[in-house]
Structures are given as C-alpha cells and as structure tokens.
Design a protein around this ligand. Sequence first.
Ligand SMILES: Nc1ncnc2c1ncn2[C@@H]1O[C@H](COP(=O)(O)OP(=O)(O)OP(=O)(O)O)[C@@H](O)[C@H]1O
Ligand SMILES: [Mg+2]
Length: 292
Amino acid sequence: MLPIQAYKQLTSLDFKLLRSIEAGMRSFKYVPIDVVSRKARVRVELASKILSKLCSLGLLMRRLVSYEGYTLTYWGYDCLALKALVDSDFIIGIGKPLGIGKEADVYEGFTPVNERVAVKFHRLGRISFRKTRRFRSYLEDKDNLPWMFQAKIAAKNEYKVLEHLHSIGVKVPKPYTYNRHVVVMSFIYGDPLYVCDYLPNPISFYKSILTEVKKTYRIGGFVHGDLSEYNVIVSEDFLPLIIDWPQAVSIYHPSAERLLKRDIFNIVMFFNRRFGLKLKFKDAFSFIVGAS
Ligand SMILES: Nc1ncnc2c1ncn2[C@@H]1O[C@H](COP(=O)(O)OP(=O)(O)OP(=O)(O)O)[C@@H](O)[C@H]1O
Ligand SMILES: [Mg+2]
C-alpha cells in the first residue's frame, strides 16, 4: 500500500518538515521538535501543528519519552521520493501494485508521455534479516544502519547494476532513475517464470537464461546473487528478462563463486522439476565460467 491519499493532501510546508526530519535522521532516531523547527525555519508552535497532521496521516511517528521527537515512517519516505520523482518529471502517477513482498513493493507508474514504468520501493529493515535468504554484500558493516539508509543503498545499488548491465546488452529492465529508496525502470510485459507451466521450447529458454548469466558474469563482471524462477520474467515473445538486482556482487567478491553456483543450481533444478528435464549443473557452470 502506498500513501497516495496522504500524498495528495500535502502542502509545500508539509514537505519541508518531512525533509527536515529526513535530514535530522542522520543524527537522531527521533528528531527533536526544536531541531525540526530550526531546520525548516518554522516556529515550534506551527511545526507542532503540522507534525501532528503528518503523524495522523501515518507519515511520521512521534515519541514523547524524555523529549518530543519525530521519525519518518516508510510512508513518509515514500511521499518524499514520490514528490522528487514527480517534480523532476519522471512520473506523473502511480497505478496498480505489481508485486508486494518482503523486501520491495513494486507498482506500475506512468510518465508524462504516458509510458508505463515499474516503480520499485525498497523496503529493507521491515522484516528481520534472518527471515530473508538474500546475501547483501552492499550492506557489509552497515546492517545496523536505520531502515531508511539501508533501503536507499539497496535502490542505488540496484540502479547502478541495472545501468551497467543494460548498457552492455544484458536483458534487464532499462533503469530510468532512482530517488531515495525508489528505482524507476522500464515496465516488462510478461509473467514471472515460476507461474509458467508451459513454454514452447523449455530447453531453448533455459539456454537463453544461461546466456544472460554468462554475459552478466563474463562481460558485466557481476553475479546476480538471488537468481531463481521468481526473478526471471518470460516476455511476451518468450525471452527471459532478469529482474531484482540490489544484492548483485562483483565477480571479485569473496562470495561470488558460491552465489553464482547457487544461482545456476536454482535455475537447473527449476527446469528439471517443472519440465521433467535432466539438465546438469556442471554443464551449466562450465558454459558460464569455462573457456569457450
Ligand atoms: N520492471 C518490471 N516490470 C514489470 N513487473 C515488475 C518489474 N520489476 C518487478 N516487477 C514485478 O514485481 C515483483 C517483485 O519485484 P522484484 O523481484 O524486483 O522485488 P523483490 O525484492 O523480489 O520483492 P520481494 O520482496 O517480493 O521478493 C516481480 O515478481 C514482478 O512481478
Ligand atoms: Mg524478486
């Protein structure tokens, strides 16, 4: 769920206070009201009134123990990112959800020329790390950072990896921009591989996936790190597009080989299970890293 109703009610002064709290969160978990009022150049009495409104819209949380302080919720952070994306003419609207999950919420969006895009809101810190199997090298030594900073790093990482891979011709969504914890990318028409019981030629589709993994590894210098049937989209012309890249690691990362093997294993096992094939992990592995 996105705070679209709340977003529509916000004035420029409301955004100013939200931004002051965002800036204050670099130093405080709950930003004291006098810091907010100073940063926003708004009298404490007026700030207090606006902050109460923002709390009731679900965009802030208030703490009254020992001092009065405020912190952004994901909704508040969403509003700041949406405002920046709208003001810079990347999007003019948000449509239906495409995938609501543990670590990201993806919505369709629309650009000023009415192009359909995918808008991915990273949601790190919403559930415990232990409950996710993702390996996040980009958060090494930073996993005690507040959720907001973790989500922002995830978005930046995903954008940068997509930008690089797209530029060398790997079949990934085209990234348009990112702001805070949000990445805007091209919309892919198709279905996730895990829902496909039928493919006209499963072996050829499997080989196409391995070709993308090989390009990513050999030319791009990256390992996806969370590849499975959930992160491959079958396009309308039956070609694979690989999504969901925030955790990608360089091939020189100490965990790269382990992650590459797991990625390949997941794909081999899926095709064997779903389409009754007898594909071998070692053949796939040597196709990707071997000399040919
Ligand atoms: N570019 C895109 N075009 C169309 N749909 C997309 C696009 N990117 C993501 N989606 C949809 O959103 C879903 C979730 O996206 P993604 O895999 O990137 O996020 P995630 O981090 O896996 O989220 P989760 O926490 O659910 O695992 C995808 O399964 C897909 O249905
Ligand atoms: Mg995914």
